[in-house]
Write a protein that binds this ligand. Structure first.
Ligand SMILES: C[S@@+](CC[C@H](N)C(=O)[O-])C[C@H]1O[C@@H](n2cnc3c(N)ncnc32)[C@H](O)[C@@H]1O
Length: 195
């Protein structure tokens, strides 16, 4: 496995269990910012009813292609390029969109594009599923998330743990409504928005 992420390995099964109620039936899934592909591989292997499209951009993309090629099964498509800066998405219709640990990495305008474009391609009764740390009422849920935010901003001032309310407001502007806000291990959340 290239570009292996210990964090992705630790949280992948918790994410699978939490998402199970939203992943029954034959469904197409678009993942944004797949990274190493560990989540794609774990969820697609566990749920053969899914057809999973991993995506990413940048220097890590070849490693994602290699990982999916080496370990992926029939229900994972070869990774596609998706840069949130471009508004060019590899699908025009999809049942589920999953993105983990991306909103706090990309600048806010790209987070806005994620929400806006997601609402355009999600099928009726589709779900957008966002995983990562969030602030509530301007407050970090834990001191470690505050430290993480400082670390992110030192790397890139445009990164940072986002406000839950900002995400929910953007989603509602695009016609997506909050269905669930699930507390996850390691001070993360899973936000589920319905189309
Ligand atoms: C912290 S990693 C998360 C990887 C994986 N989803 C996980 O949870 O382990 C952030 C991901 O966002 C991707 N990313 C950064 N900028 C992006 C952009 N403009 N468009 C799409 N993906 C981007 C990175 O390439 C990276 O894979």
């Amino acid at each position: 496995m290239k570009h292996f992420s210990p964090a992705a390995d630790n949280n992948k099964d918790h994410i699978l269990q939490a998402l199970l109620p939203y992943l029954s039936g034959d469904l197409s899934v678009l993942e944004i910012g797949s990274g190493s592909g560990q989540h794609a591989l774990h969820l697609a292997q566990a749920l053969p009813n899914l057809t999973w499209q991993p995506t990413d951009r940048g220097a890590g993309f070849p490693d994602l292609v290699d990982n999916i090629g080496a370990y992926g099964g029939d229900n994972i498509s070869p990774p596609a390029l998706l840069d949130l800066a471009d508004d060019i998405w590899p699908v025009t219709r999809v049942d589920r969109i999953y993105s983990a640990n991306v909103l706090h990495i990309v600048p806010e305008p790209l987070g806005e594009r994620l929400l806006r474009n997601a609402s355009k391609v999600l099928s009726e009764r589709g779900f957008l599923m966002l995983y990562g740390p969030f602030k509530y009422g301007g407050n970090f849920t834990t001191p470690s998330n505050s430290e993480f935010d400082q670390w992110l901003k030192a790397r890139n001032p445009e990164s940072g743990v986002r406000d839950f309310e900002w995400v929910e407001h953007l989603a509602s502007q695009t016609g997506l409504h909050l269905t669930a806000d699930l507390a996850m291990p390691a001070n993360n959340q899973l936000l589920i928005f319905g189309a």
